[in-house]
Design a protein around this ligand. Structure first.
Ligand code: GRF
Length: 198
């Protein structure tokens, strides 16, 4: 079961995936890490673990098709079966979404369908949750389609929003459950995928 992780930032969810693999809680191998940001800290983490990395910047390709084609080539070269977005801040090219239908997932730091969509990332999400007066927030793992934070929901886990929460304190509490939830869901999905293809 070969996994590709797409990220744009620090990669703490990627780290949680690596920890789960090392502990035998996730039967998969990360064979490729893709980023749109050349100096994303998550890429360093990949290199430290001897995992192949690739940077794809849309602006360096003449067309969306060329961009998607190049990404598909890298995914094929690393025999990727399944894709986990982990803080990836760009849309995935349509060719990749089509080729990996139901084999590409994302984690979002709120209870979708609320507080998702374009512009809803990082502290903006937690600010919106607090501003809406939500008593509960959490993390959502969902399939990826061509609309931000839109595909079918696979699993959610909740945390309480406390009266004195700041976006930072809420983000930290949500991140903790992301790190538990994402590897668990990936294990379930990859096990299902393996049993279907064997
Ligand atoms: C996480 O909060 C995730 O839910 C969101 O982006 C953030 C990525 O954090 N999609 P990290 O890079 O995994 O630490």
């Amino acid at each position: 079961m070969n996994l590709a992780v797409f990220l744009s930032g620090r990669g703490s969810n990627f780290q949680a995936i690596l920890d789960a693999i090392a502990a035998g809680r996730l039967e998969a191998e990360v064979t490729l890490v893709i980023s749109n940001i050349p100096n994303a800290p998550g890429l360093d983490l990949a290199r430290e673990h001897g995992i192949a990395t690739a940077v794809f910047e849309r602006a360096t390709y003449p067309s969306g098709e060329a961009f998607g084609g190049a990404m598909m080539e890298a995914l094929r070269a690393h025999r990727v079966d399944f894709i986990a977005l982990a803080g990836y801040m760009r849309k995935v090219p349509p060719a990749v979404i089509r080729a990996f239908a139901k084999r590409i997932v994302n984690i979002h730091p709120a209870l979708l369908p609320r507080h998702g969509g374009k512009g809803m990332f990082g502290h903006f999400v937690h600010e919106a949750v607090i501003a809406a007066g939500e008593k509960v927030s959490g993390a959502t793992v969902h399939f990826v389609d061509e609309i931000y934070d839109h595909g079918d929901i696979i699993a959610q886990r909740t945390v309480l929003v406390l009266p004195d929460d700041t976006p930072e304190s809420l983000a930290a509490r949500v991140l903790e459950i992301e790190h538990q939830l994402y590897p668990e869901v990936l294990q379930k999905l990859t096990a299902k995928f393996s049993s279907e293809t064997n």
